[in-house]
Design a protein around this ligand. Structure first.
Ligand code: SF4
Ligand code: F3S
Length: 107
């Protein structure tokens, strides 16, 4: 069991979440953040930090969000771990309420 970053993060990547994680399991990509499921201790502290509610426990994901379980695991192996906020992306506020962002994720 782990927490998972979902679609709302794409093109926003506010990075508030990384400041509170006690085990440094966030990995940062060009326009998305992911959680390493092998490191996450499922504490839930990061959930309330995300301004767009992108982080959820894997057991709470809907069927169409299941793809993010695999994506977080895959991208965590590819991207560097981060432990400090780097601020949001410049277009974050413009994209925060837009649906259908998965095809805009840059690996
Ligand atoms: Fe880190 Fe806890 Fe969030 Fe997992 S649930 S990513 S351990 S803050
Ligand atoms: Fe993404 Fe939310 Fe963290 S937008 S980078 S999961 S604070």
């Amino acid at each position: 069991m782990a927490h998972v970053v979902t679609e709302a993060c794409i093109k926003c990547r506010y990075t508030d979440c990384v400041n509170v994680c006690p085990v440094e399991c966030f990995h940062e990509g060009p326009n998305f953040m992911c959680i390493d499921p092998l490191v996450c201790i499922d504490c839930g502290v990061c959930v309330g930090e995300c301004p767009v509610d992108a982080i959820r426990p894997d057991i709470a994901l809907s069927t169409h969000e299941q793809i993010y379980v695999k994506l977080n695991a895959e991208l965590a192996r590819r991207w560097p771990a981060v432990s400090e906020s780097s601020g949001c992306l410049p277009e974050a506020d413009e994209w925060r309420q837009r649906p259908g962002k998965l095809n805009l994720l840059i690996r």
